[in-house]
Structure formats: C-alpha cells, structure tokens
Design a protein around this ligand. Structure first.
Ligand SMILES: NC(=O)c1ccc[n+]([C@@H]2O[C@H](COP(=O)([O-])OP(=O)(O)OC[C@H]3O[C@@H](n4cnc5c(N)ncnc54)[C@H](OP(=O)(O)O)[C@@H]3O)[C@@H](O)[C@H]2O)c1
Length: 224
C-alpha cells in the first residue's frame, strides 16, 4: 500500500505544517475517505475540512464527527461524481466559505455493487454497462472534481499551511498497473483506475510551476 503512505504524508503535511488550511475529502462517508477526514481533524485543531458524499444526511459517521468538533471545522456537502452540477455546486460553496483549497483527496471509487457491478473473473462476464459505470465513477469523476476545484487549488497552499503549494491525491489501486498485472480479470476496475492514473499524469503536467499535483496509487507501477 505504498500509495496510501504517500497520501497519508500529504494530509499529514497539510494538517501539521501551519495554522491549518482547507482540505477536501471527496468520497468521505465511509472507508478510507472517512478515515482521512478523521485524521485531518485530529492532526490540527485549526484546519478546516470539507467532506463530500452523495447523501450527507445519511452519512452518520460524518455527522457525528461534525458534532464532535468546533463549528466550521467540518463541512459536509453533497457531491455525486456522476452529476457534474453537484461538483460545480460544491466548488461554489467552498469558494464562498473558504475562498481556496490546500488539499484535495479524491477517494471515491467502485469495485463491486450488488446487482450492479462485480469484479469480472472471466472475459465472458464483461458487460458494457459495468465498464462504462466504473469508468464514469473511477476515472471521469475524479478528473471532473479536479477541474472544478482547480481555481480554488490555484490560490491554495499558501500562507496557512506554510507549504507554498497545494496538493491533489487520487486513490488509485495496485491492480491499475499494467506491469504488475499477474492475474488478469477485474476488467472494469483495472481499466478505469489505469485511465485515472493516465489522466492524473496529464493534470500534473498542466500544474503551474510552484504547485504540486500528488500521484497517489496503491502501486509503484501505475499503468505503465
Ligand atoms: N479498500 C481497499 O482495500 C482499496 C484498495 C485499493 C484502492 N482502493 C481505492 O481507495 C478508494 C476508497 O476505497 P474504500 O474501500 O474506502 O471505498 P468505500 O468504502 O466503498 O467508499 C467509497 C466512497 O465513495 C463514495 N461514492 C461512491 N459512489 C459515489 C459517487 N457516484 N459519487 C460520489 N461519491 C461516491 C461513497 O459515498 P456514498 O456512497 O455515501 O456517496 C464512499 O464514501 C477507492 O477509490 C478505491 O478504489 C481501496
């Protein structure tokens, strides 16, 4: 899990370097995203965190964390990566409240949803609908989130964090690696995460000098 360590260092640096800053965790209602939120809140008593998921009212753990911390430290916003208007709305809300972003963690990802999508064990189980859904959520979604948060990230990473640059971390997966693909299968998930890696690479090249786009994957060999 090398990438998890890299992402952990990213949010650790963001939270502890200075007085705080603003971090966004996208896909935060449970699992790894929820733990990022928990750790960010724990590591600094001043940093502000924006957590997103599709249905904030049903995200019990996030609501509990919000109650446990001072007003304004944790904001929970609705965001569905398959609905670009919700990404735009989240960006507008963060812009109004905070004016910038210092750290963006894209954690949303799907591998298996009962009766909708399953990791394919053989080629005969591959379905167009699964390929497209995985691609939409795992690859298209995170890139659209970066696109809409880009103006906020461009003004972030400055005085409050003491780092001088903002960070983006995308949760990829070891199985996205072409070089490390020993078993095959899992066509939808593998291909969508590889696509994410590739576009992340393009985003990092467009990043302006002085700012950093962090590559976060669970393998050192991401899709090469
Ligand atoms: N767990 C692992 O061992 C592992 C290994 C390698 C890589 N990863 C990657 O790490 C990331 C996190 O994994 P996890 O195990 O923590 O996943 P998880 O527990 O299934 O959580 C996924 C998160 O994504 C959100 N989500 C799902 N569909 C969404 C959509 N359309 N729009 C917005 N949010 C959506 C969910 O929120 P709502 O459903 O509440 O909206 C939830 O907060 C994923 O990208 C995964 O591929 C995980």
């Amino acid at each position: 899990m090398a990438g998890l360590a890299v992402a952990a260092r990213a949010f650790s640096a963001s939270a502890s370097a200075g007085a705080g800053g603003v971090a966004m965790v996208q896909g935060a209602s449970r699992g790894i995203g929820l733990e990022f939120v928990r750790q960010l809140l724990r590591r600094s008593d001043q940093g502000r965190v924006v957590a997103t998921c599709r249905a904030p009212a049903s995200a019990a753990e996030l609501q509990k964390l919000k109650e446990e911390h001072a007003p304004g430290r944790l904001t929970v916003l609705p965001l569905d990566v398959t609905d670009e208007s919700t990404i735009e709305a989240a960006a507008a809300s963060i812009g109004e409240t905070h004016g910038s972003l210092d750290l963006l963690i894209n954690s949303t990802g799907i591998l298996s949803i009962p009766n909708v999508i399953q990791p394919e064990t053989t080629l005969s189980k591959v379905q167009k609908s699964s390929l497209l859904l995985a691609y939409e959520v795992n690859a298209v979604g995170p890139i659209l989130v970066i696109k809409h948060m880009w103006p906020l990230l461009k003004v972030g990473g400055r005085s409050e964090t003491g780092r001088g640059f903002s960070l983006v971390a995308n949760m990829s997966a070891r199985v996205s690696s072409i070089g490390d693909n020993g078993l095959g299968g899992w066509h939808s998930y593998r291909a969508s995460k590889t696509a994410l890696n590739h576009d992340e690479d393009s985003v990092s090249r467009a990043w302006q000098e002085g700012q950093h786009c962090l590559h976060s994957a669970t393998s050192r060999n991401r899709g090469h």
